[in-house]
Design a protein around this ligand. Structure first.
Ligand SMILES: [Zn+2]
Length: 301
């Protein structure tokens, strides 16, 4: 995951430019939801699809969670879901034995040594149903197959709250990547080669990283393969740069690395971590490169 930096006024301006009436309608719907006490699909509708292009553009057509690059305009709209970071209608207990098979070993669902949040069949974060800073865009893999109505939190839920900026006391495990409400994902999750790892060695930051990696199956083979193909291609530019400006490919190599580590690039968090690894320990970077090559060889073999 990477942060897509934007402040609230700038995000609202983009929404106004995309759909001038959207925010007024959203405010009226939020008032009705507040009075009623819950989100009702039949009454409130699903108007967030109208501002999907704002988030697709902001995230450079990447999934907010797995960093895969999806199709863009004019025909890629259906590949992106507008995702409610905090679910609007109900909250199920995470993890779920049949939905999250990657967390099941020998028939046993993984357990954690800390609370993961209350479940509510008929209640979600209703007042955030039309809150722009409760949205991002995500792929079907992450949103439909994995996230659904799950939102693990370590502390008591604030189901009546209407401002995500004031909900830190919930201790949400998942990381919100838009704007600056939350920690920069890069400060919580790093990569050892293609493998995601918590940055912190203990405490809530480590728990957040562990849960987020598990929640979105960020260490699964489909994502590892994509990252491996990128690392394989970055190893030689990094070597050229390490030889200094006299190397004939120095400038081109720098340009390649700048593109690969931009938030717009797929799996850029992994590319940035690989760049840091190379700077700190070239022998370790070479091991990661070899691992990436071996992984692709095995999958392609
Ligand atoms: Zn995804």
């Amino acid at each position: 995951m990477v942060r897509y930096d934007i402040d609230r006024p700038a995000l609202l301006a983009l929404i106004d430019a995309e759909k001038p009436q959207w925010r007024a309608t959203a405010q009226a719907k939020t008032l009705a939801i507040t009075a009623r006490g819950r989100y009702d699909k039949a009454l409130d509708g699903e108007g967030w699809g109208d501002i999907k292009p704002v988030y697709m553009k902001l995230q450079a057509n990447k999934c907010a969670y797995c960093e895969r690059k999806l199709a863009g305009p004019p025909y890629g709209n259906r590949e992106h879901d507008v995702e409610h970071f905090r679910p609007k209608s109900r909250l199920r207990a995470w993890p779920h034995k049949t939905m999250h098979k990657h967390l099941v070993t020998d028939g046993q669902l993984k357990t954690y040594g800390f609370p993961l949040g209350s479940a509510h069949d008929d209640q979600g974060y209703a007042r955030l149903a039309f809150e722009p800073l409760n949205y991002c865009t995500a792929c079907a893999r992450c949103n439909q197959s994995l996230k659904s109505d799950f939102f693990p939190a370590r502390a008591a839920r604030q189901l009546q709250a209407d401002d995500p900026a004031r909900m830190k006391s919930e201790k949400a495990f998942l990381i919100f990547p838009l704007g600056r409400l939350d920690d920069d994902p890069a400060n919580l999750i790093t990569f050892a080669g293609v493998v995601p790892k918590p940055v912190a060695s203990r405490g809530f930051k480590r728990e957040r990283a562990e849960v987020t990696i598990d929640f979105f199956a960020l260490n699964s083979e489909d994502l590892a393969e994509e990252r491996a193909r990128i690392l394989k291609a970055l190893y030689f530019p990094l070597r050229a740069i390490a030889q200094g400006p006299a190397h004939p490919d120095f400038n081109d190599a720098q340009a390649v690395m700048a593109l690969a580590t931009s938030p717009r690039a797929p799996h850029s968090a992994c590319s940035r971590a690989f760049q840091s690894t190379f700077a700190a320990d070239q022998a370790l970077a070479q091991q990661y490169f070899q691992h990436a090559v071996n992984l692709i060889s095995r999958l392609d073999g």
